[in-house]
Ligand binder design. Sequence first.
Ligand SMILES: Cc1cc2nc3c(=O)[nH]c(=O)nc-3n(C[C@H](O)[C@H](O)[C@H](O)COP(=O)(O)O)c2cc1C
Length: 218
Amino acid sequence: MSRPNSGRRPRKADPRAGPADPPLVVGVTGASGAAYAVRLVECAAAAGRRVWLIVSRPGRMVLADEAGMGGSVDAPDLSTLWPAEVLDRVRYVPAEVLDAPPASGSFGAGATVVIPCSMNTLAALAHGLTQNLVHRAAHVALKEGRPLVVVPREMPVTRIDLENMARLAAAGAVVMPAMPAFYHRPRSVADVVDFVVAKVLDRLGVPHDLDVVWPGAQ
Ligand SMILES: Cc1cc2nc3c(=O)[nH]c(=O)nc-3n(C[C@H](O)[C@H](O)[C@H](O)COP(=O)(O)O)c2cc1C
């Protein structure tokens, strides 16, 4: 099975990143845009970061549909998405499991990101509902004052969605709708994906070497 970003291998794990770096929490939900999550995890691992990967059931369905994830929705085969050197840094938890470490405020998470974020999960986060582990981990980030980045994907959006984004931004989240620019002159879908992922990594404080800079800025 080919991987969605094959041909664009991440660099080797950054030797400067050690066990002291707090793990990233990456929530993946059932919006289109699974490739964003795949690439973000790949880049975070390449930067030496540990990742707690929490995926909703609809998120697993979209990973299978869009990114070719193998296995089943109940027993996903993550090796069809990432090579072993990435998976070495990833702890996977299905979102239905609520009693995992990221559910606790005392778990020493770094930043939390929900990518892609469905309008369903956006609504839950905006209203403090914690019906699964993605919701709970994001809620914990907000209540503990840790960075929370949310990457909604829907088009068009309703006034309800816009109000939910505004509520989340007011609560301290960084809302980064998946809106790629084209000024870096993408030549492939992977280049478009990299634009969004680079912006998110920047906000998470994860170093990367994705080349998405506007040529006029160089
Ligand atoms: C193929 C497919 C694509 C979808 N794409 C989107 C999307 O882009 N944005 C969105 O908000 N919901 C989308 N949905 C709907 C969500 O999957 C649905 O609202 C689901 O309940 C989200 O659950 P979750 O937030 O727990 O992952 C899509 C559903 C399917 C089956």
